[in-house]
Design a protein around this ligand. Sequence first.
Ligand code: DGY
Length: 322
Amino acid sequence: MKPKILVTRQLPEAGLNQLRAYFDVTLNPADQTLEKGELLDQIKGKDALLCLLTDTIDQSIIEAGNRLKVISNYAVGYNNIDVKAATQRNIPVCITPGILTEATADLTWALILAVTRKIVAADQFTRNGLFHGWSPTLFLGSDLTDKTLGIVGMGRIGAAVAKRAKGFGMKVIYTARSPKEIPDARYVSLDELLTEADIISLHTPLTAETHHLITQEQFNQMKPTAYLINTTRGPVVDERDLITALKNHRIAGAGLDVYENEPLLTPGLSSLDNVVLLPHIGSATVETRTKMAVIAAENAIRVLQGEKPHALANPEVYNGTV
Ligand code: DGY
């Protein structure tokens, strides 16, 4: 008899095919998140869970998974999972880092360019038939060359964003827990970064320490010409304070792919014209999402076969330190 897996939402076929070859697959057929009650019910008797960042896998779900041996998250971030509760039951929580680095770095640059050059408004203007000829003052944005990019969190994605900055002739400064070997980038404190950077791009994971890392106090330190870019997790920024900073032109603009109460937007955000809003599509390329599905499937299979998965949020379950 095949082991049983619950897959909480439709995934690229390449990953599902791998799962079907090894598991008896229960797949949520609807393209929407399962309700908590459905999750509690469907996790029972399953050996494995393949879930998404939109699924809250709390202690009650983990406890309901009476046969659960692995949780494979289709994401690099894992703030949606109670990792402590999983670790207590010796359940590996697997993630998909590395694969989505380049796609997310590209999207970060798409947001930087979109907000500094007013791309979205200019597109709407053109579509609406308002373009009546070249004008010296039409949609003036700001240069990137010789400006300073400030990266908060120098993990894989932060480093990939820094690498691209060279092509735009920008200086790079960054802050992280400790200095890293990043070519042509200067390590600074968060305070220095906030006051010096023209573009501030967030790449830190969401943890208790980074929750509301950027609030009114930090906006007050930024240049009035600065732009904030967030492609990591919404709650790193206090969204109400961001709205106030954008409304009062305390900063020049923002580019967001993630939101504090995703998928809800804090009232007032969508009516601002100095922000570009995307629906959490950092890793959304066919190639990247396919690779993520394959790695997430392999992670689940490997654990059940007694092998180590590609990457773990709780490596201590293998180090015997639990
Ligand atoms: C992740 O993997 O954590 C991203 O936010 C989804 O692409």
